[in-house]
Design a binder for this molecule. Structure first.
Ligand code: SF4
Length: 225
């Protein structure tokens, strides 16, 4: 787990967190996977959202869960059927890994997804981000989850020069340091920073003029966009 730094006690970190949480409460999108804490449903959404846009995932998410409402039903399905139900989402390896994961969890974990990100990381197809996201979004663990959107926001806001593996390490440390210590706020913080990256601090255009955390952002304060 990333080491906690002193960042969470700095004015910038506190202001960033406070402003982000307030903005997310008002402006966060009402997405289906934000209405659930069902670990399997959260996992399905996270796997689908890797490399696929939110608007596209929404329809597939419901249909897939209607066909495979539980981990066990996915584990025992014919792989060709699973692939058929994934048709249109692309990157079929995700579906194969998801089914493998369902089989491992069914046979080795009694059908229950582990809560610990380190254990989640050992499951097929689960990387560091997805382990953190499932631990936080399903179990409300105060665990960092740094995907491309989150990394971009943290880089611009806290470490504009962060690059390479040392930069990545720094971003994960900062994400851990900024985490609220308890469940629901940690959930909202991780959802909020992803939402900010998706809607405001976008890859091509950073809408600093509209950004709720601008006063707590190094890039935004410089007016660099
Ligand atoms: S102020 Fe600009 S660079 Fe900073 S987080 Fe907001 S949109 Fe991104």
């Amino acid at each position: 787990m990333p080491r906690k730094s002193s960042l969470d006690t700095t004015l910038q970190g506190r202001e960033f967190r406070r402003r982000l949480l307030r903005w997310f409460r008002r402006h966060g999108r009402d997405l289906p996977w934000r209405r659930t804490r069902n670990p399997y449903h959260v996992l399905v959404s996270e796997v689908m959202l890797q490399q696929t846009q939110v608007s596209r995932v929404e329809g597939f998410y419901h249909r897939f869960l209607e066909s495979y409402p539980t981990l066990e039903s996915l584990a025992s399905a014919p792989p060709a059927r699973v692939r058929e139900h994934w048709n249109g989402l692309g990157y079929y390896r995700r579906a194969a890994n998801l089914q493998k994961l369902a089989q491992v969890v069914t046979s080795e974990h009694g059908g229950r997804l582990p809560e610990d990100p380190a254990e989640l990381l050992r499951l097929p197809g689960i990387g560091r981000y997805t382990a953190g996201a499932v631990a936080c979004f399903a179990f409300e663990k105060p665990t960092p989850a740094v995907d491309t959107n989150v990394a971009r926001v943290l880089r611009r806001a806290f470490h504009p020069r962060a690059r390479g593996s040392a930069g990545t390490r720094k971003l994960w440390e900062t994400a851990a340091a900024l985490q609220p210590r308890h469940g629901a706020p940690a959930w909202a913080f991780n959802q909020g920073i992803m939402e900010l990256g998706a809607l405001v601090c976008r890859a091509r255009i950073a809408r600093c003029d509209l950004c709720p955390v601008r006063t707590a952002c190094r890039t935004g304060r410089r007016g660099a966009g």
